[in-house]
Design a protein around this ligand. Structure first.
Ligand code: PEP
Ligand code: MN
Length: 341
């Protein structure tokens, strides 16, 4: 860390800061300037750093104390230069293929889920999305079929030879959802639910961690660090749009975050253009843009009759729309040396 002394700091005050840092067991490298002194502290372990930074900043003769190493370690590209690959069913996420995960926002019935799964499988894709436990802003809106939804997903997946990604909202449900799902989705509203992050971190199922709609990239990576610290290294990040002043779209899909996170972290990055725009007509364009930006996969909402969907119909594409989306995405993937899988 670097400690910038206040301009009027006296030699005694500078020595006091140096003594504190040495007392904590670290090395000091001061630069005594004409106007201001800057002290570099080396060897501060991650666990203690936040506390020491705050203690130093509380001193009236310290202007600022800055951490120079990122507040996450195991998910950083520096700690592991090679990209993380996650095997799910017959595909590898984080490899050269762009992995398609698609299905209804919400599991409504066996028949509807099966119809959509068949449409997706017919194009060669093998990861089915669908919500059984739905996080809802309104307590009056449909909360999902719960366990019944998980059973439907599993039955459909077994019949079609697909893997399942579904959301888990409650740490007490992680074990149960893990029995039915191949990938656990952590929703935007739960990105900072630390008990949930720790629980999926102790588990064995791959985790798709959505970005909090209010979250900075650094906070998102720190949330991923929670999961990895628990022992589960199979984590993928999912950009699903953030809140901005714009209201034309449901969220603002931050595709710069895709490129940024690929630089900062070795974890695969998935993009959800459905929650990201809230508008079905914009989904194919943003899916193409996501692939061009370097996304390792897409999470897309598909419904046989979106106008009758119980949830997120406005952002869901039809089975025919899905075929069009795939046709439009393939050449983009191929242009950058990848393929849709
Ligand atoms: C969803 O995928 O249907 C969903 C609720 O996502 P998010 O958590 O991104 O809103
Ligand atoms: Mn949805």
């Amino acid at each position: 860390m670097i400690v910038v002394m206040a301009p009027n700091a006296t030699p005694d005050q500078i020595r006091d800061v140096e003594d504190r840092i040495i007392g904590w067991g670290y090395g000091v490298h001061p630069i005594y300037g004409e106007e201001r002194t800057v002290i570099g502290a080396v060897g501060v372990p991650e666990a203690d750093k936040a506390q020491y930074l705050e203690q130093l900043e509380r001193l009236p003769y310290v202007e600022s104390a800055i951490a120079i190493i990122r507040p996450y370690k195991f998910v950083s590209r520096e700690s592991k230069p090679e990209s993380t690959r996650i095997r799910v069913g017959d595909v590898t996420i984080g490899d050269t293929g762009v992995v398609m995960m698609a299905g209804p926002c919400t599991v409504e019935s066996y028949e509807l889920t099966m119809a959509t799964a068949r449409a997706i499988r017919a194009l060669g894709f093998s990861i089915l999305r669908g919500g059984a436990y739905k996080p809802c802003t309104s307590p009056y809106s449909f909360q999902g079929l719960g366990l019944e939804g998980l059973r439907i997903l599993q039955a459909v997946a077994q019949a079609t030879g697909m893997a399942v990604i579904t959301e888990v909202m409650d740490p007490r449900n992680v074990e149960t959802v893990s029995e039915y799902a191949d990938i656990l989705q952590i929703g935007t509203r739960n990105m900072q639910n630390y008990d949930l992050l720790r629980e999926v971190g102790r588990g064995h199922r791959p985790v798709l961690l959505k970005r909090g709609m209010w979250a900075k990239i650094e906070e998102w990576l720190q949330a991923a660090e929670y999961v990895v610290l628990g022992g589960n290294t199979n984590v993928m990040l999912c950009e699903r749009g953030i809140r901005t002043f714009e209201t034309h779209t449901r969220n603002t899909l931050d595709l710069s975050a895709v490129a940024a996170v690929k630089e900062l972290s070795h974890l695969p990055v998935i993009v959800d253009p459905s929650q990201g725009t809230g508008r079905w007509s914009l989904v194919p364009a943003m899916a193409r843009a996501a692939i061009a930006a370097g996304a390792d996969g897409l999470l897309v909402e598909v419904h046989p009759e979106p106008e009758k969907a119980v949830k997120d119909g406005a952002q869901s594409i039809t089975h025919e729309g899905f075929v069009e989306l795939v046709d439009a995405c393939r050449p983009v993937a191929e242009a950058i040396g990848r393929s849709l899988v």
